[in-house]
Design a protein around this ligand. Structure first.
Ligand SMILES: Nc1nc2c(c(=O)[nH]1)N[C@@H](CN(C=O)c1ccc(C(=O)N[C@@H](CCC(=O)O)C(=O)O)cc1)CN2
Length: 294
């Protein structure tokens, strides 16, 4: 028996769900969980089906079986083995709270990913990463060497087979070319409730504005700084008596939780990009069962 997740994005029309569910039935598969969204504004349809093949059908066999439907409806279809851990490259600069949080969740099985490496433009976390038996790469970045630095990053992506890059408070702006090449495969945590306070120092901007809520936003990275499609957000209350430095402390937990939720959604294929927005389907039953607490 094997379990899979199938996702579809295509122009909305009649018969899409029937074609997918009928195809699964013909292949002897059982549907565990299904979500769909029909965006009347964009005319796009989004479908996510988690299913079980009792016969243990192979991935290629399933993909071939759906080729006619993909052609007929102009689908973008992905079928992924639910047990296969996504290869993820983490990136960090100076602030390590999100990195440490992800390492802990990964260690206890709450985040079932294959961390293929950690890249940083500083050496601060080299020992921590080595202690986790994860490859560490320090790539110094300057305005002058940015193209070479990004070429080194892409070499690591190619060599490790990284499917997702997570910017866990990595504080360098990525080039338009890299963002285009890795479209939909880079997630950033921004330490503000976007669209407020884009760019560097959002907590300082928030303090100067006198806000009563601060927040964090996890989004896909695009060439437009902190404008990428939003995956997850959350907030925390602050008061008149707190400083921008206090916001940094209060914001740590919010940033870590928002980033972890966004990565969980992505690796379980619950996110589908819808223009400058993201469709985020609910978790399949049992998707958190992989956690081994303690
Ligand atoms: N192309 C993109 N690159 C990055 C994005 C993005 O959305 N698109 N998100 C940022 C993260 N970020 C806020 O979350 C951010 C990081 C860095 C800066 C910035 O101005 N950096 C300076 C250098 C700062 C330093 O050296 O300490 C710069 O790159 O000139 C703004 C926002 C990650 N990259």
């Amino acid at each position: 028996m094997k379990s899979y997740v199938l996702t579809v994005t295509c122009k909305s029309t009649r018969g899409i769900v029937a074609a997918v569910t009928g195809g699964l039935a013909e292949k002897g598969c059982y549907i565990s969980d299904s979500s769909q969204f029909n965006d009347l504004e964009t005319g796009l349809f989004f479908l996510r089906v988690s299913f079980i093949s009792q016969a243990g059908a192979k991935l290629e066999e399933l993909r071939e079986a759906f080729a006619p439907a993909v052609e007929r409806f102009g689908m973008t279809m992905e079928i992924r083995d639910s047990e296969e851990r996504m290869k993820v490259l983490l990136m960090v600069s100076r602030f390590g709270h999100c990195l440490n949080d992800l390492l802990y969740r990964w260690k206890i099985g709450a985040l079932p990913i294959d961390i293929v490496g950690v890249v940083s433009n500083h050496f601060d976390y080299q020992k921590v990463i080595a202690n986790h038996d994860i490859p560490f790469h320090c790539i110094k970045v300057t305005k002058e060497n940015k193209p070479r630095a990004e070429a080194q990053l892409m070499e690591i992506v190619e060599q490790t087979g990284a499917e997702l890059i997570v910017l866990a408070r990595y504080m360098q702006v990525l080039s338009d070319a890299l963002c285009k090449k890795m479209s939909g495969r880079i997630i950033n945590i921004h330490h503000s409730f976007l669209p407020s306070f884009k760019g560097a120092n959002p907590y300082k901007q928030a303090y100067e504005r006198g806000v009563k809520l601060i927040g964090a936003t996890a989004h896909y990275v695009t060439a437009d700084l902190d404008e990428g499609p939003i995956i997850e957000q959350d907030i925390a209350r602050i008061t008149h008596a707190q400083s921008a430095e206090d916001y940094v402390s209060i914001g740590r937990d919010v940033e870590s939780q928002v980033l972890a939720r966004a990565i969980h959604a992505h690796i379980h294929r619950r996110t589908l990009i819808n223009g400058n927005r993201v469709v985020v389907f609910p978790p399949s039953p049992g998707s958190y069962a992989s956690e081994r607490m303690g």
